[in-house]
Ligand binder design. Structure first.
Ligand code: FES
Length: 203
C-alpha cells in the first residue's frame, strides 16, 4: 500500500464525480461552477508525504540513469487503489531536459514534472523530444508549453489568463544515491498549482 492516503469517503465522492464527468459530454460547460476543491488532490483532505517517483516499469526514477531529453509518466499522489491511480488528475510527466537546456547535468535541476492535463480543455499532452520540437504539445488544439516553465506559448492555452496558462508542477529532490522523490505537494495556484486549472509563475 502507498504511503499516501485520503479518506475513503472523499475518494468515493471523487470517484463518483469522475464517473459523472466521463458520462457527461457537456460537463465542461459547467466547469466554472464546479467546486473543484472538493475533488482535486488537496492537502486538507490528504495526508501527503514524500513519495518515490516510480516509473511505469516499477523502478524509481534516478538522475544517473534517466535518459536526457526524455519523458515518462508518473502517478501522484498514489492511493493504492488501481482505479483511482489511473485518474488523469494523478498523472504527471517527469521530463529530463535536452542537453541544450541543461539536461546533461547529473542533477535534479535537469528534471521537471508537470501535470499531464492540458489547461485548455483537459486533453493529455505529450512531450516531443524530436529535433526542432523538444516541447510539450497538446494533440487536441495545438497548445504548446515551454518545458522550462510549464507556460503555454502557443495555441488556445496561451491565450488564457494566468494562472490557467501554466501547468501545475511537482517539487522534486534526489537522494544521495540519485533516486528521485516528490516532496509533499501544496495544491494551490501560488504553490504547486491546481491540477487542470493552473499555477501562477513565481517572479
Ligand atoms: Fe489542449 Fe485544447 S485541450 S489545446
Amino acid at each position: 500500500m502507498s504511503d499516501q492516503h485520503s479518506t475513503g469517503k472523499n475518494e468515493l465522492s471523487r470517484r463518483d464525480f469522475l464517473k459523472l464527468l466521463a458520462a457527461g459530454g457537456t460537463a465542461l460547460t459547467f466547469a466554472p461552477f464546479v467546486p473543484w476543491g472538493n475533488f482535486m488532490p488537496n492537502p486538507d483532505l490528504q495526508n501527503l508525504t514524500k513519495a518515490k517517483a516510480m516509473l511505469e516499469d516499477g523502478t524509481q526514477a534516478n538522475i544517473k540513469t534517466f535518459p536526457i531529453n526524455h519523458a515518462e509518466t508518473i502517478t501522484y499522489p498514489k492511493t493504492g487503489d488501481r482505479v483511482l491511480d489511473e485518474e488523469a488528475f494523478r498523472k504527471w510527466d517527469l521530463i529530463r531536459f535536452p542537453e541544450e537546456r541543461g539536461g546533461a547535468k547529473i542533477s535534479i535541476t535537469s528534471f521537471v514534472a508537470y501535470s499531464k492535463i492540458c489547461l485548455h480543455l483537459w486533453c493529455l499532452w505529450k512531450y516531443w523530444p524530436e529535433e526542432g520540437r523538444k516541447r510539450i504539445e497538446c494533440p487536441c488544439h495545438g497548445s504548446m508549453y515551454d518545458i522550462g516553465t510549464g507556460k503555454a506559448f502557443a495555441g488556445p492555452a496561451s491565450l488564457q489568463a494566468a494562472p490557467s496558462n501554466v501547468l501545475p508542477k511537482l517539487t522534486l529532490e534526489a537522494d544521495k544515491d540519485g533516486f528521485i522523490n516528490i516532496l509533499p505537494a501544496k495544491f494551490g495556484v501560488n504553490d504547486n498549482g491546481v491540477v487542470a486549472y493552473g499555477r501562477f509563475l513565481k517572479a
